[in-house]
Design a protein around this ligand. Structure first.
Ligand SMILES: [Zn+2]
Length: 358
């Protein structure tokens, strides 16, 4: 197998990098993980299933095997009284991911995230958080991660502490830092982090502090992610840009999935009844096209992702991953046969991209 090209080499050459995420929701849906605490204990209890999902995502076109250590941090393990399993969980997740990446010629990423331990009123806040990040980063380095993903930060200050920790303990590995941008608009309408930093300003500061890839992940669907990333692009940042939305139809009124309300009952649907807002594969295809137009090169799908979304995202940028073998052929459908225009549209777009590449 040819040597695997690194994250930054790919992005610097103008290639896109597709990342499949969404492990937590995926395993919750399959009844191997508890909603509420959301701790990835499935890594210890069913490592074979974690390996399988990595393989499934790679087959669907993911360039990255993201080690399933999201919420596998000290604070979360304390919450479920399993602090003693912290290191084993992290190392196991990293080893499963490393093995899959080696077998498939993809990149393996270590993963740190928002901690729920952020408390600016505590004088030891910074030190506590750095301790939580440090051990996870060091395990990722020791288990051979190709880069580190730090994600889902609603508080800008916490993202900065995570970035600082990567710079200090990450042995120079490249890093992706993405914010989960809540709905907290300033007077001029620009969205801010929970601690009041406007998104364009936040991105500039992450870039200035050495993040290689910056952007948004989680909480927002494609529709309320892309516009913000376009604004970030226009603000003049030079770092590679990331967009990893959730596959739910958030909208102007409910820009984050926590605000979505069931049209039938009027009740909040997050996090257990989100299904009625699931994106279609056409939504994801359109998202991929928009990212291509704007110049967002690190793209993926977060909580709610399944292989068919990742496959669609890849196809939207002209790729045909192994899973495309089973992409729809509606021409052969008993009822919709040749009349399916959506299929035709996608096929035309893909063929156009292929021709451009040749
Ligand atoms: Zn997510």
């Amino acid at each position: 197998m040819a040597p695997v090209v690194g994250l930054l080499e790919r992005l610097n050459k103008g290639e896109k990098v597709v990342v499949a995420e969404g492990y937590l929701f995926n395993f919750e849906k399959r009844c191997y993980l508890k909603a509420g605490p959301y701790v990835p204990t499935v890594v210890l209890e069913h490592p074979d299933l974690v390996k399988q999902l990595h393989e499934e995502f790679v087959r669907a076109g993911s360039d990255v095997v993201l080690a399933f250590t999201y919420y596998g941090n000290r604070q979360k393990m304390n919450l479920i009284d399993r602090a003693q399993d912290l290191e084993e969980l992290n190392r196991s997740a990293l080893r499963i991911a490393r093995k899959c990446a080696d077998e498939t010629g993809t990149l393996m990423a270590g993963n740190i995230s928002n901690t729920n331990a952020y408390n600016p009123a505590d004088p030891n806040n910074r030190e506590n958080l750095k301790g939580i990040f440090k051990e996870q980063i060091q395990w990722a380095v020791e288990e051979g991660a190709d880069f580190i993903v730090a994600e889902t930060f609603m508080v800008f200050d916490e993202a900065m502490i995570a970035l600082e920790s990567i710079k200090e303990y990450g042995q120079g590995l490249p890093c992706v830092v993405t914010l989960a941008l809540m709905h907290n608009p300033a007077e001029d309408g620009e969205e801010r982090t929970v601690d009041g930093v406007k998104v364009t300003e936040a991105m500039k500061r992450l870039e200035a502090s050495g993040a290689d890839v910056i952007g948004l992940n989680c909480v927002r669907g494609p529709e309320t992610t892309v516009g913000i990333m376009e604004k970030v692009k226009k603000s003049g940042v030079k770092a590679h840009l990331a967009a990893v939305p959730v596959p739910y139809r958030t909208n102007e009124k409910a820009p984050i999935f926590m605000l979505l309300k069931d049209p039938k009952t009027g009740k909040r649907v997050f996090p257990l009844n989100l299904d009625c807002f699931m994106c279609t594969t056409d939504d994801i295809f359109e998202f991929g096209r928009r990212c291509d137009e704007i110049g967002i090169s690190y793209i993926g799908v977060c909580c709610g992702n399944t292989a068919h979304y990742t496959r669609t995202l890849c196809e939207s940028i002209g790729r045909t991953p192994p899973a495309s073998k089973y992409s729809p052929n509606m021409n052969l459908h008993c009822v919709f046969g040749d009349e399916d225009h959506t299929h035709k549209y996608r096929k035309e777009q893909s063929e156009k991209l292929q021709r451009q590449k040749e």
